[in-house]
Structure formats: structure tokens, C-alpha cells
Design a protein around this ligand. Structure first.
Ligand SMILES: C[S@@+](CC[C@H](N)C(=O)[O-])C[C@H]1O[C@@H](n2cnc3c(N)ncnc32)[C@H](O)[C@@H]1O
Length: 389
């Protein structure tokens, strides 16, 4: 099988797969190859937090032109996988000089499948791009072509709990990958002070309680001819049984009222409202929470995805905005570890704190950096005096 992922998450995806019992794990670019049975295919879809698709390869071959592609795709016995009465869709991914247009490779493959059914049954199955019964993936890199079944359907980054989102939300896979890369212990307090639609907080809450990432959605393998419902029910039940209690606090802020309402609706849908609190609050007026009866805050993790300023009119404000983020963290979050993800690499340099880690990631097509700042404890009194009210 092949689990596809985002750039930078390959190693943690391999770790997730190891924990699920995968064998012969091989790390590739934006993907991890592995061996396993049907149960592992189902578990991969249900549990993996950093995979965006699980592919089951059917045939790999070398291809030099479109006729070869047509003949090879036609050589697969497609009626073993679906019938004329069912629908299908093909996703094409190409790189290299032989096939420069992925849509063309997909079209040629579709012709081969349709012709095979027509030759045999006098009828052809229809294409349904949105909700097909069978999703086929054609991957061509140079002359190497692999035809696979896509067992997931829509991206696994669409968990199903986020029906509403703010401008520039993170995908659930991106948020989960960031938390796993940060090494958060799943116990300490966690704050996202610019939480938007709440993706980071919800992913942290699911992870902390060991709730499978795919608990809220369906997968294409459920419509496959060889679907084993009993096995799937068992795997889902085992997933529910592995839930563990979480005793920490997950706190979100956003200064935009609408974003807070959207985050709250998503938190409710993901059923994590008992652990995640969001409120309308300007980060620059916030400070690390101190528990009742304690002198000092007990530290924790702060993770944020501030605006990048990709709208032209915002550009000019970004450098002072990022400078202020650094100053505020330094004065009001002593003892915390802060992670900032930004696609505004220029502005990120102005945070003014020394990053102890820098990780290159991509948010969609945009190159980003996720940087860690360890905020050492200073005088709380001095910090309080500087808090603007
Ligand atoms: C890029 S979005 C975050 C998206 C979020 N990670 C998600 O998955 O939906 C940045 C958010 O920062 C919020 N924001 C900007 N300035 C802020 C401030 N001073 N205090 C709190 N939130 C702020 C914006 O309202 C916006 O929702």
C-alpha cells in the first residue's frame, strides 16, 4: 500500500504506520510505502493522522506513450472491482516528460476502462467525479506508471467535523502533523491564540484522547466489492475502545467574533467541547494562565498560525505584527514552548526570538516554516507592568 502525505510529514507518518503494525516500510517523497493486509488498509484510513490518501496498487509498468498506457490499463480485469451499474472516477498525477498533462493520462485510462466494459457487456459504467463507487489513481513519474485503487475517497485531511471555516484554515492533516512534529506530550496545557476555525485545537484534543482521526467520516473502500463489513465493525469498535481520558486544558483565542463562533461549532461537532475552550480575545492582551493558588504559570505549549498577509493590502502590516508576537510571547508566556507556522518567511524573521528548531513545510502550494521558541522564565512582575490594557 502507499500512504500519501504532505511534504515534511513522511517520517512521522512512517512512525504512525509502525505503531499500526505495518511491515516493509519505505519512506518516499510525500508518501510512505508499506505492506499489510485488508485489516491494515482499514486501520490506515481510520487511524492515520498524517496521511491524505491510502492507495492500493494494482499494477505497475513502464510506459512510453499513450497507446501503451491504454493497453496496460485495459489489461486489468476491472469487473473484479466494480460493475457497469456502478460509477468511477480517475485521478491522474504525472511528472516527467512522457505525460505532461495528468488530465490526459486520466482520460486515456478512462477510455481503456470504458472500452473493456463495452466489449464485454455492451454497456459502460458512468463517471461520477464527486462520489464515485470506485476511485482509481494513475501515477506516472517519468516512464514508471502505477495504477491503484484509492481506498480513502476525499482527502483524509477532510475529517468531517469542520463544516465551517475561516479565511485560510489549515487542513486537518497539516494541523495534526504540526502537533506530532512539535512533540507535545498530550498532557500539558496547550493554547492556540489565533485559532481561526479551531483545527489545531480539535486535532490536539482528538490526539490527547486517542480518538481515531477518521471517526467522523466514510471511506471509499466501504463500497468495494470485497468490503468486509464484519472486519470493519470490529476495527471501528476497537478504535472506540482505545479512548483515554485527558486532564489538561486546550485553550483557543481569536480576536474575530465570527472565527470564535465557527471554531465553537466545529469543536461541538467533533465532540471535544469538554476539553477545548475558545473565546474572543486579542492575543496581545492575553497572558499565560496561572492556576488558582499558584504563584507562577506551570508552562505548556503555544502553537499558532498567524495571518501571513497574502492579501496585498495586509502586506505592509506584517513585519510589525510579527515583531509584536515575539515581544508578547517573551513578556507574557514565560516558561512556555511556542511554535509559529507561517508562510510569510520575511515577516517570521522579525519575531525577534531565537528559534531552537526550524521545520520546512508546505501549506498547500505555499512554502512555510514552523519555528520553535523556548521562552525562559523571567520576572512575572516586570511582565505584568508591560501588559497593555
Ligand atoms: C491563518 S488564520 C488561522 C487559521 C486556523 N489555524 C484554522 O485552521 O482555521 C489566522 C487567525 O488569526 C486571527 N488573528 C489575527 N490577529 C489576531 C490577534 N491579534 N489576536 C487573536 N487572533 C488574531 C484571525 O482572526 C484568523 O482567524
Amino acid at each position: 500500500m502507499v500512504a500519501k502525505t504532505l511534504f515534511g510529514f513522511e517520517e512521522i507518518l512512517a512512525e504512525e504506520l509502525r505503531a499500526l503494525g505495518a511491515e516493509e516500510i519505505e519512506i518516499m517523497t510525500r508518501a510512505v510505502k508499506y505492506k499489510g493486509d485488508k485489516a491494515l488498509l482499514y486501520k490506515s484510513n481510520l487511524h492515520l493522522r498524517t496521511a491524505i490518501k491510502i492507495l492500493k496498487p494494482l499494477l505497475s509498468f513502464n510506459v512510453g506513450n499513450e497507446d501503451q498506457l491504454y493497453r496496460k490499463v485495459k489489461s486489468i480485469k476491472w469487473d473484479e472491482y466494480f460493475s457497469v451499474a456502478e460509477t468511477f472516477a480517475i485521478d491522474g498525477v504525472t511528472s516527467g516528460k512522457v505525460f505532461t498533462h495528468s488530465k490526459y493520462a486520466a482520460l486515456k485510462s478512462k477510455d481503456a476502462i470504458v472500452d473493456q466494459f463495452r466489449d464485454k457487456y455492451g454497456e459502460r459504467p458512468s463517471v461520477d467525479l464527486d462520489e464515485p463507487d470506485l476511485r482509481i489513481n494513475i501515477h506516472i513519474a517519468g516512464i514508471k506508471c502505477t495504477v491503484s485503487l484509492d481506498s480513502s475517497g476525499s482527502s483524509l485531511g477532510k475529517r468531517g467535523y469542520k463544516l465551517q471555516q475561516v479565511y485560510a484554515p489549515l487542513s486537518e492533516v497539516m494541523a495534526a502533523g504540526m502537533i506530532l512534529l512539535s512533540g507535545w506530550d498530550k498532557k500539558s496545557d496547550f493554547i492556540d491564540p489565533m485559532c481561526g476555525s479551531g483545527t489545531i485545537l480539535i486535532e490536539a484534543a482528538l490526539m490527547a484522547q486517542n480518538i481515531p482521526a477518521g471517526s467522523f467520516r466514510h471511506f471509499t473502500f466501504e463500497t468495494w466489492k470485497d468490503f468486509d463489513e464484519e472486519l470493519w465493525n470490529k476495527i471501528q469498535a476497537a478504535g472506540k475502545a482505545q479512548q483515554i481520558p485527558f486532564t489538561g486544558t486546550l485553550q483557543g483565542y481569536d480576536n474575530n467574533r465570527k472565527a470564535v463562533a465557527i471554531a465553537q461549532a466545529n469543536i461541538d461537532r467533533a465532540d471535544v467541547a469538554d476539553f477545548v475552550a475558545v473565546e474572543q480575545q486579542d492575543f496581545f492582551k492575553s497572558e499565560a494562565p496561572v492556576a488558582e493558588g499558584e504563584e507562577e504559570n506551570k508552562g505548556g505549549m503555544i502553537m499558532m498560525n498567524p495571518p501571513y498577509g497574502e492579501r496585498l493590502d495586509e502586506d505592509k502590516d506584517m513585519i510589525p505584527f510579527y515583531k509584536e508576537i515575539g515581544t508578547h510571547l517573551k513578556h507574557f508566556y514565560n516558561g512556555w514552548d511556542a511554535w509559529i507556522l507561517s508562510g510569510n518567511l520575511q515577516a517570521l524573521k522579525f519575531v525577534g526570538l531565537r528559534p531552537s528548531r526550524k521545520i520546512r513545510l508546505y501549506n498547500g502550494p505555499l512554502e512555510c516554516k514552523m519555528q520553535k521558541y523556548e521562552l525562559y522564565r523571567g520576572s512575572k512582575k516586570a511582565a505584568k507592568q508591560k501588559l497593555p490594557r
